[in-house]
Design a protein around this ligand. Sequence first.
Ligand code: WT7
Length: 636
Amino acid sequence: MNYPYQIKNLEEYKAAYTKSVKEPENFWAEVAENFVWKKKWDSVLEWNFSEPSIKWFKGGKLNITENCLDRHLATNANTPAIIWESNDPEEHHRVLTYKELHFKVCQFANVLKNNGVKKGDRVCIYMGMIPELSIATLACARIGAIHSVIFGGFSAQAISDRLQDAHAEYIVTCDGGFRGTKDIPLKSVIDDALIACPFVKRVIVCTRTRTAVSMIKGRDVWWEDEIKKVETQGNPACPAEEMDAEDALFILYTSGSTGKPKGVVHTCAGYMVWTNYTFVNVFQYKPGQVHFCTADIGWITGHSYIVYGPLSAGATSLMFEGIPTYPDAGRFWDVVDKFKVNILYTAPTAIRSLMSFGLDTVNNKDLSSLQVLGSVGEPINEEAWQWYYKNIGKEKCPVVDTWWQTETGGILISNLAGVTPHKPSFATLPLPGVQPCLVDESGKEIEGNGVSGNLCIKFPWPGIIRTTYNDHERCRQTYFSTYKGLYFTGDGCLRDEEGNYRITGRVDDVLNVSGHRIGTAELENAINMHSGVIESAIVGYPHDIKGQGIYAYVIYDGTHDHNLTRKDIAQTVTHIIGAIAKPDKIQFVTGLPKTRSGKIMRRILRKIAEGDTGNLGDTSTLLDPTLVDVIKEGAL
Ligand code: WT7
């Protein structure tokens, strides 16, 4: 495959950027010409940010899987689409060529149809990182069902909330999943989730760990049995459903500053164009290269840069089931060495964690295949950046620091590997089509360079969020109402003298723990579920490995053993949300610093959690200023 829209040098970047701003419709029409459409669009873009209403390629008809699979069959049928590496280094890896993947996706799409799934139905996918996860995802897209992939670390309660919100009647899961030394009982978690979801009609269970599972008559079926049925039906092909450009492709839940996670909705055409365009340009993918994105498909990074971006580009995408430290901290480097990985895309938290193990597990590996390194999910500190660049890339691989969000569908601000310069800890420049701006608290744009403010985007790009599922008003309020006429990212940002962007972190009540987004309100709700907890307040604090750690201030009723209570609270959070949201520190307090109007002054709690108690600023507006000293003394 060739990519006529791949930018090759700095001049081309500048020209593309300028054109994307001056003539956005022409610019994106030219990119979109390179995809397979069942019917061409009537208009390239219609939009307003006030409702919001954003329509890219209106009137166009397509199926994203024809772009990810069918179109590669003529020339690249035998190119590996997915290379899969097991959690267990002793287990043989798997390779699925485009031809094989196409066959399996069609086959499972027929399984979904046999089980009653129709266009527009929501299908929840709760699986480990095995090829069947990609197959199930693409099979949904094939028949126009809306997938909602839920990360395997979420609890039954969290799944149940999401199933209800999306009214998902179909589930695809596994018996269990392997991660490091753990065997996660995925089906059993689903069973617990379904107690509160009687509307679920069918659970398709794929075999992975062969842990004992309960199979309920009339509801639960085995993936393998269903495949056999399709085979006895003579394995008919599965025609790709004709989708409208703006039909929903998937829902992905993400946390925000309110208690309930929201279902971010992406649509077929814009998301396809955006993930493909950004994949090809940021990573500078060349046919034949092996692309290894270490994320889980349960997060947006996996959706966009393991599945849709790479496959729509005919690339070879490596999928890894395990974790970076199993069986030892050299596992990523083993995988790079084994499959001659060319592009490695991972998170700062993984880099910092692996750094702490020293170079012994790095230097005995052949990493010479690497050509591009990528970082995503949180700000990358200079030290981690340098370590990555020197020890992994041997100072010959550009590092792309890619800033984006679940809501943006794909990368918005990043250097383009080897094409535009990198700069440690800077995401650098916007992609063509992205018009960032910085605003002050009052919403006034801060122009010029060497400034900082809240990061907003002025103009839609094809991959922008369209709505939050079943609650359009929430989408408007969260992203389009803080600053009139702008999409608000929730991030603080600095623009240096050369116009490079550096993301400084969230300015709302959202934490970023190991690259995972956790809303403080959601976490407080979970902690408050514990029977002895009266009230709690969560703040983030700098954490060497996780980026941000979770610090909980808890008012607790009772005289129980505090260490045991801490464990009980952590267990409550694990039960309500999942282990990823467990607090790192829990401080018991007698009260929380509140203003006379009852608002918790998080600024003070943040400073105490950071250990920066020298100057807590003005505390005179507090209801009880003496409380602050007590909290300070008890700080952990
Ligand atoms: C938030 C989005 C993007 C996919 C993974 C996370 C932070 C993301 C960077 C980066 C600094 C970053 C932001 C953003 N973030 N990438 N390269 N530099 N910060 O997706 O869960 O939707 O979180 O992650 O704060 O708002 P997400």
